[in-house]
Design a protein around this ligand. Structure first.
Ligand code: ZN
Length: 125
């Protein structure tokens, strides 16, 4: 009470839950298109080597798998943020332990780093 740095964990928990539901719906849709591609590739009409449609299917496959992998890592990040809420460490930069500004958390509830550390991590990559 009266702590200006107090985090409304319920609010961020709800944001995280909403984002998670959204990402999981997207992931489910992508997984469904992947199995469509898989079915199309294995029904014998598409030959990856010689059939132009086969190579389209291959590139669809890699594109969708890539999207799905990115989505899954975002879902993991959301899950880890939820664990930090439970552990009482939510909103604290994982690198140097400073508070992540509220507006950053509003925009990116699963943020693990403050803006400065995120920039540094970006540069190092
Ligand atoms: Zn930091």
């Amino acid at each position: 009470m009266g702590d200006p740095g107090h985090l409304d964990l319920e609010h961020f928990g709800a944001l995280l839950a909403a984002q998670r539901a959204e990402r999981e719906a997207e992931a489910a849709a992508l997984a469904a298109s992947l199995s469509d591609v898989r079915a199309a590739r294995s029904d014998g009409t598409a030959d990856d080597e010689h059939d132009p449609e086969g190579s389209t299917l291959s590139s669809d496959w890699s594109r969708i798998s890539g999207l799905l992998a990115a989505l899954r890592s975002r879902i993991d990040a959301i899950e880890r943020a939820g664990e930090r809420i439970d552990a009482g460490t939510y909103g604290i930069c994982l690198r140097r332990g400073e508070r992540i500004p509220l507006d950053r958390l509003e925009a990116l509830p699963a943020a693990e780093l403050c803006i400065a550390c995120a920039r540094e991590a970006e540069v190092r990559r």
